[in-house]
Write a protein that binds this ligand. Sequence first.
Ligand SMILES: Nc1ncnc2c1ncn2[C@@H]1O[C@H](COP(=O)(O)OP(=O)(O)OP(=O)(O)O)[C@@H](O)[C@H]1O
Ligand SMILES: [Mg+2]
Length: 448
Amino acid sequence: MIRVLAVDDEEPFRRLLKKELARKGFYAEAAPDGGAAIQRLKDESFDVILLDIVMPGTDGISLMKKLKADPATPVIIVLTGKATIETAVEAMKHGAYDYLTKPYKLDELVIVINRAYEYGKLRVKKEQFEQELLRKESEPEFVGGSGKIAHILALIRKIAPTDSTVFIQGESGTGKELVANTIWRRSGRSSLPFIALNCATLSENLIESELFGHEKGAFTSAYQAKYGIVEVADKGTLFLDEIGEMPLGLQAKLLRFLDSGEFRRVGGNKTLTVDVRVIAATNKDLTEVIRAGGFRQDLYYRLNVINIAIPPLRERKEDIPVLASHFLKKYSRKLAKDISGFAPGALDSLKLSPWPGNVRELENVIERAVILCEAGKIGPEDLSIPFTPVVLEASGNSTLEEIERDYILKVLQESNGNQSKASQVLGIDRKTLYLKLKKYGIDEPAKR
Ligand SMILES: Nc1ncnc2c1ncn2[C@@H]1O[C@H](COP(=O)(O)OP(=O)(O)OP(=O)(O)O)[C@@H](O)[C@H]1O
Ligand SMILES: [Mg+2]
């Protein structure tokens, strides 16, 4: 039933409206002025307000101004005796949906109310849609321009809806947690918790009670029983970060848990069961750890149902421009700066860095550049890329000049023979580079 609130200062008119609307099948209530209307709206929800403009106390326009801020405001139809163009324009300006003059024709009023009601429903849908869009936009996104990332994204799409255990490998800062989070968000478990536990930060005893909980009195400081993370994450997703650091003693219990969903709290003798999807990650080569006796092979097999290996950033330089633009957008929005892109040279020097800290390091460099940037574009001077020198295999008796020569050659190779790029990396101007090349007899630019 459509719920209508009629706001009018004339008592007989209110009574008439209420009666007629009820006869037409609406739920109708009335208020004598704006103040009373606001009170009514607090107690009850309405779809449509029929609003008089001139009233003692809070008049129609003031009421609309007050209601405007609230997105759940009913749709407003102005129904007034004093029909001037000015008041009509004024009312529409303040968000009225339609405008009728007294005396009204009942049939016409009914049509307008029905239309206003439909409009209100659409408005709510639009609102929800925009909220959803905003939420989606602010979600962290796993991006990249390389075939390697496209492959990982395709894999994520395929495996996210399943309950399979996923094992993610990659150097520090390559996006392991982001991948785990993306899998969870695209799974049927996205409305239930995603909980991360870093296995490297806790001692063996603590990690077991964090994971599986403990009973009161299980150990000296266990004054109260405590839920384990697996219980909190029930029906959700558990991210076990740095799984290579999981103490050996606990690995057997974890294996049992992965197989059956069963576990016991520390100090407890009851077997409990939960339904948790596990995603594990490591930046170590687990096969090495297994060989050294630090990790159970059977657990490794159990975890490794689906394997996602994220390559280091230096092996997928095509991702750098895409990631750099992604972070540029993220931080210009966050810091409210109007930066349109990268000046020539800036992207080149980003591509030249070896990025030992991977994507995390690139993100930090871009964040800092956005803060420092005073122009409309990020220039090379805004990028303070931590310089990791090219590794040289200098023999013990190389002279300083030989080392310099080899070094210049390496950098030139890294820059595909582009001398201006190379001089940037070397921190010397192009003329100096030219002179050094002449001195060392490197006249052919070293191309890869
Ligand atoms: N492909 C990507 N697209 C967008 N952002 C990324 C991408 N890869 C990494 N990032 C960002 O880089 C930062 C580091 O990522 P994350 O924390 O997931 O790395 P990690 O592999 O878990 O690192 P660590 O081993 O040090 O824990 C995060 O801010 C993440 O959002
Ligand atoms: Mg991580």
